[in-house]
Design a protein around this ligand. Structure first.
Ligand SMILES: Cc1cc2nc3c(=O)[nH]c(=O)nc-3n(C[C@H](O)[C@H](O)[C@H](O)COP(=O)(O)OP(=O)(O)OC[C@H]3O[C@@H](n4cnc5c(N)ncnc54)[C@H](O)[C@@H]3O)c2cc1C
Length: 490
């Protein structure tokens, strides 16, 4: 049965990259569906998806050492890196498809080839990187990775990393040339342009969703307020996607969904050091990640990145974590207190108790001054000068706290989708690897919302879905050659 004929409306709450991606997937396969997007701000993509609110790393597992953790005996698990790499491949394929189909969809404006480097110092970290490299190099997905312990070679990759560094310091690095920097804010805008071509698409700006109720005819009644005019409106919808970023858990709680019971969210704000000095930006042409600091959460792994936004080169270093009570950058200080409920206060307290090192880390980070931040930067760029760098607020991250059977409460660092039992409502929670895997995450929502036949049609557009590319090197080569050439990555 083609559900397109039966199901007429889908409403996406939140106008970030996730909702826009899901809406575009639907638009390609089921253009006759009524697609509504409700966004509380006066434009889409201004929260976490905006260019400098995130790091813009096309997460593919190339340089992020937290995706290949080592256990106590030193064994490295590469499964997460393989999974994220394949999921990012789905994003690249979909963007290349849109690039070919729509003349105004210009991937050059939001995706830039930027080498991904992992850079470490000291015997223990070098031995980890060597082992990681040996494992990854054997994988078809990672076969272009190179490793060196030679400072002269690393200097060619980025002179900032080497100049001023003690000669006797042991260092090592790996590099993949076809890494990417992605401006997810620009991507969001371009997806919106695709959607606006469809007469059945409707965007409601300045429209904050206040309440969602399931009705007896198995639909949803959505109440939203126009924040400019002050009046309330109602929409009826067959499906709902909550792409409300940091507010997703709070919204699910408000709906009293059993599926959201025991979930909580803990806000962690982010800040970058930013530099636009041309003499420095031209010396660094990569995204360089290192090991996470002791006690820090995995998403706080420090990195020094070249960003190119609106043709302007910038260096970005961080993230520095902090604590404030907002669940969204443009939220209020009542967000977090309002999300504490009888069913999640215990998991939250248990998690804080189990992760005291995280708490200490957050307190230390919150009290850092400019001088201390520059000292951190000097681990990457020994000659960094405080006057070249300024502090910028990034987006707000909400760390998921989950009550798991047998394990108890724990912090989750992934990107997760919660569904209602009838699979008519889906909500995205969590941050990393986030926007990079938006296409794979949203294809999964598509599969749950629509018929098998429709999902098969989607797979024709994104042929990597459902295939383990690492186990099919010939297919991988074929797909990568076509996609990467069209995106200018090869
Ligand atoms: C510091 C930082 C660094 C990051 N780095 C990376 C990176 O390098 N690579 C990567 O892939 N990802 C990264 N991420 C994650 C990435 O930014 C997110 O995964 C992605 O932007 C999430 O998109 P979204 O659409 O779910 O949320 P958002 O972009 O936050 O959009 C949510 C939208 O919902 C709206 N909204 C909320 N409540 C309501 C309501 N009640 N009614 C109507 N609208 C509402 C908000 O106004 C907002 O526009 C990073 C995130 C942060 C914070």
């Amino acid at each position: 049965m083609n559900k397109d004929k039966k199901e007429k409306t889908i409403t996406l709450v939140g106008g970030g990259v996730m909702s826009l991606t899901l809406a575009t997937l639907i638009n390609e396969i089921l253009p006759n569906l009524q697609i509504n997007i409700l966004e509380r701000l006066s434009a889409c993509g201004l929260e976490s998806s905006d260019a400098l609110n995130n790091a813009g790393t096309g997460h593919a597992g190339y340089c992020e050492l937290n995706y290949t953790p080592a256990d106590k005996t030193g064994n490295i698990n590469i499964d997460r890196a393989l999974e994220i790499n394949q999921n990012f491949e789905a994003s690249l394929i979909f963007w290349a498809y849109l690039n070919k189909k729509y003349p105004f969809f210009n991937t050059k404006k939001f995706i830039k080839k930027t080498p991904h480097i992992s850079f470490v110092s000291g015997g223990k970290n070098i031995s980890f990187l060597k082992k990681r490299f040996a494992l990854l190099k054997k994988q078809p997905l990672f076969k272009e990775m190179i490793f060196t312990e030679n400072p002269k070679i690393i200097e060619k990759w980025s002179s900032l990393l080497i100049h001023g560094r003690a000669e006797q310091e042991n260092i090592a690095a790996t590099k993949i040339d076809h890494g990417t920097d992605v401006n997810f804010g620009e991507l969001t805008k371009q997806l919106l342009r695709v959607l606006k071509k469809n007469k059945k698409f409707k965007l409601y700006l300045d429209s904050e969703t206040e309440d969602i109720k399931q009705t007896e005819d198995h639909k949803f009644k959505i109440t939203f307020k126009n924040l400019k005019a002050g009046n309330k409106n109602i929409l009826s919808s067959d499906h709902i996607f909550l792409g409300t970023g940091g507010r997703a858990i709070a919204m699910l709680q408000k709906m009293r969904l059993v599926e959201a019971k025991g979930y909580a969210g803990f806000p962690i704000s982010g800040r970058w050091l930013v530099c636009d000095k041309v003499n420095l930006t031209k010396q660094h042409n990569a995204k360089v990640y290192t090991q996470v600091m002791d006690g820090a959460p995995p998403m706080s792994i420090p990195h020094l990145d070249l960003r190119v936004i609106n043709n302007k080169r910038l260096l970005l270093f961080g993230p520095f974590a902090g604590f404030n009570l907002k669940l969204l950058k443009f939220g209020t200080i009542w967000d977090f207190p309002g999300s504490i409920k009888a069913n999640n206060i215990l998991p939250m307290l248990l998690v804080l108790f189990k992760n005291l090192s995280l708490l200490v880390y957050l307190i230390k980070q919150s009290f850092m001054n400019h001088h201390l931040r520059i000292n951190e930067l000097k681990n990457f760029f020994p000659l960094a000068s405080p006057s070249d760098w300024r502090l910028l607020n990034a987006g707000q991250r909400v760390q998921i706290i989950k009550n798991c059977p047998f394990v108890g409460s724990k912090l989750e660092f992934g990107t997760e989708v919660i569904y209602t039992k009838n699979k008519k409502l889906a909500a995205l929670i969590g941050a990393s690897p986030g926007a990079s895997v938006s296409v794979a995450s949203m294809a999964n929502v598509f599969e749950n919302f629509f018929s098998k036949k429709d999902y098969q049609r989607l797979k024709k557009i994104i042929p990597s879905i459902g295939i383990d590319l690492n186990k099919h090197p010939t297919t991988l080569k074929k797909i990568r050659t076509k996609t990467y050439q069209s995106l200018g990555l090869w």
